[in-house]
Design a protein around this ligand. Structure first.
Ligand code: PLP
Length: 495
C-alpha cells in the first residue's frame, strides 16, 4: 500500500462526504472505536496507514469501497475520479485534464493536424485541405467592411450590452425577417465571438446531466463536443448519402427517447455541403412538434448556396416551437478571424422562459462579444453581397466545386455527392477495395506519403472509417496538383 496515495484517497473520500478530521474522530468515538486526532492527522498527511479494522471503519463511515480505500482497487466512488490528485513516479502531484473532456473530440484540429504541424516545423510543405478558413486561400474581406471597422475602432473600445450593439442586432433582426423567422425582436438576438461561443453557451444553459440531444452524423464536431462537455449525451442520427446527405427521418424517429431535449440540424451542412429541401425540414419540424423538442439550427453557410437554390430557415416553418438559429459572418464575409456570430430565439419563446434566463446569465458572465466585429454587422448584412460572385459560374467557389467533384469521382474507388452549398466535400472510399480499417491511419498515410492534409470522417462523428472531408477553398490550380497526387496515391494504396 502506498502511504501517500492512501492519504490522497482518504482526503478525496472525506471531501466528498464533507468530513473534517474531527468528524472521523467523533464518529469513531460514537462507534466505540479507538481513533485519536493524531492518528487521523497521520493518515491524512500520509505519515502512516491504518490497520485493517480501522480501515473497515473508515470505509464504512465514508461510504466507499474498502479495497479502493486500501489500495486503489475495487470500485472508485463516482466523482472521486477527479478528487484524487494524479501523481508521477516520484510522488509529485501532476495536473491532468478534466474528466469532463473524456468524451470530447475535435479532430478538425486533432492529432493528424499536430503531425502536419510537426512536419511543417521540419520544413516540409503541407497542402492543407483541412480547415474552412477562407482568408489564407486568397478570399479577402470586402473592402467596405475593413473601412467601416477602422473608422469605428475608437468608438468600440468599451464593453457593449452583453447581447451586442443595438445596430448589429437590429440588422440581424431585419435579416431574419427577410428569412421569415417568426416572432422575434432585437431582444431575442445574442451576438457572440463566432457561432462557436454561442453553441457552447446555449448548450451549457440548456443541458442537465444525461439530457439527450439529437445531432447529425456526420456533424460539425463542435456540436457533439459541446453537448458532452455540458454533461448531455449526443445521440447521432444518420444523414443519408444515397439521398444527397439529407437527414434520415426514420433514423431520427428511432433515436428519440424520453430524455431527448433538442434536435440539432446543420443546414447547409459541414462536412457534406448538403442543403436540405423544405419537405425534409417540415418532417423534422413534425418530429420536434410531436416530441416537444427544441430545434437548434446552425445556418452559418446560409449565404453560400449555389445552383440557384434557396436556403430555408427551419425556424420559419415552426412558429409554434422554440427555435434557436445560429449564423455569423466568418464564412460569408471571409472574416473568420474577426470573430462575429449570432444566435436568434424565435417561435414560441414562452416555452423557453427559464432557459432564456440561463442564456442571459451566461451571456452577462462573458460580458459581451468582440465589439469592433459587431460594428460591421450592419454593413455586412445590408446591400450588395460580394460573396454571391463566388457562387455562380465563373466564380471561385463554384468553379472549385465543379473541379473537385469531377476530379474525385474520376478516381476509381472514390465516389462523392455533389455539394450544393458551403465549401466542403465528403467523399466515400470503397473500403473493401482499399482494405480501409481506420480513417486516422488513412489520413496519416496520405500526409506522410503525399504531404496532403485532409480530415478523417470519424472526426465528424461518421461511424464508418470510409469517408474524409476536403475543404475546396484553394484555387483550381492548387486543387489540380493535390488531386493528381491523391489519385496517384490511391492507385496503389491498401491498408
Ligand atoms: C457548421 C459550423 N458551425 C459553426 C462554425 C463556427 O463558426 P464561427 O467562426 O462563427 O465560430 C463552423 C466553422 O467551421 C461550422 O462549420
Amino acid at each position: 500500500m502506498s502511504e501517500q496515495i492512501f492519504a490522497d484517497r482518504l482526503k478525496a473520500a472525506m471531501q466528498l462526504k464533507h468530513f473534517k478530521q474531527i468528524d472521523l474522530v467523533n464518529a469513531a468515538e460514537a462507534a466505540g472505536i479507538k481513533l485519536g486526532k493524531s492518528h487521523v492527522s497521520q493518515y491524512v498527511s500520509g505519515k502512516t496507514v491504518p490497520r485493517d479494522a480501522t480501515l473497515s471503519f473508515l470505509a464504512k463511515i465514508l461510504e466507499c469501497d474498502k479495497e479502493w480505500l486500501k489500495n486503489g482497487d475495487g470500485k472508485t466512488p463516482g466523482s472521486v475520479k477527479s478528487a484524487v490528485p494524479a501523481r508521477d513516479e516520484n510522488g509529485r502531484r501532476t495536473f491532468t485534464k478534466s474528466h469532463k473532456l473524456d468524451n470530447v473530440l475535435y479532430d478538425v484540429r486533432g492529432p493528424v493536424v499536430d503531425e502536419a504541424n510537426r512536419m511543417e516545423a521540419e520544413g516540409i510543405e503541407i497542402l492543407k485541405l483541412s480547415i474552412g478558413n477562407p482568408a489564407p486561400f486568397g478570399f479577402r474581406t470586402p473592402h467596405e467592411i475593413i473601412q467601416d471597422m477602422s473608422s469605428q475602432l475608437t468608438e468600440t473600445e468599451g464593453y457593449s450590452h452583453s447581447k451586442g450593439l443595438f445596430s448589429a442586432r437590429k440588422a440581424i433582426m431585419q435579416y431574419c425577417q427577410l428569412k421569415h423567422i417568426p416572432n422575434l425582436s432585437v431582444d431575442d438576438i445574442y451576438t457572440g465571438n463566432g457561432v462557436s461561443e454561442l453553441i457552447q453557451l446555449s448548450l451549457n444553459a440548456l443541458l442537465d446531466d444525461g439530457d439527450e440531444v439529437l445531432i447529425p452524423a456526420p456533424d460539425y464536431p463542435l456540436w457533439t463536443a459541446c453537448v458532452n462537455l455540458a454533461g448531455g449525451k449526443a445521440v447521432h442520427y444518420l444523414c443519408d448519402e444515397q439521398s444527397e446527405w439529407n437527414p434520415d427521418i426514420a433514423d431520427i424517429r428511432r433515436k428519440v427517447t424520453d430524455r431527448t431535449k433538442a434536435i440539432v440540424i446543420i443546414n447547409p451542412n459541414n462536412p457534406t455541403g448538403a442543403l436540405y429541401p423544405v419537405e425534409i425540414l417540415q418532417e423534422i419540424v413534425e418530429i420536434a412538434r410531436e416530441h416537444e423538442l427544441m430545434i437548434l439550427s446552425d445556418e452559418i453557410y446560409d449565404r453560400l448556396v449555389m445552383d440557384g437554390l434557396k436556403h430555408v430557415s427551419i425556424a420559419s416553418l415552426a412558429p409554434d416551437l422554440f427555435c434557436v438559429t445560429y449564423s455569423g459572418l466568418s464564412k460569408s464575409h471571409m472574416i473568420a478571424g474577426y470573430r462575429i456570430g449570432w444566435m436568434v430565439l424565435s417561435g414560441n419563446k414562452a416555452l423557453g422562459r427559464d432557459f432564456i434566463q440561463g442564456l442571459n446569465m451566461l451571456s452577462n458572465m462573458r460580458l459581451c462579444s468582440n465589439v469592433p466585429a459587431q460594428s460591421i454587422v450592419q454593413t455586412a448584412l445590408g446591400g450588395y453581397q460580394s460573396v454571391e460572385t463566388y457562387l455562380v459560374p465563373g466564380g471561385r467557389i463554384y468553379e472549385q466545386r465543379e473541379f473537385i467533384y469531377k476530379a474525385l469521382n474520376d478516381i476509381p474507388g472514390i465516389s462523392v455527392v455533389k455539394p450544393k452549398a458551403a465549401f466542403y466535400i465528403f467523399p466515400k472510399m470503397d473500403a473493401a477495395r482499399f482494405n480501409i480499417k481506420g480513417d486516422e491511419k488513412f489520413a496519416l498515410d496520405l500526409l506522410h506519403d503525399r504531404h496532403i492534409l485532409i480530415t478523417r470522417g470519424g472526426g465528424f462523428n461518421w461511424p464508418e472509417p470510409d469517408h474524409f472531408r476536403i475543404v475546396y477553398l484553394p484555387r483550381v490550380e492548387v486543387l489540380g496538383e493535390a488531386m493528381k497526387k491523391f489519385a496517384d496515391f490511391m492507385k496503389t494504396y491498401r491498408q
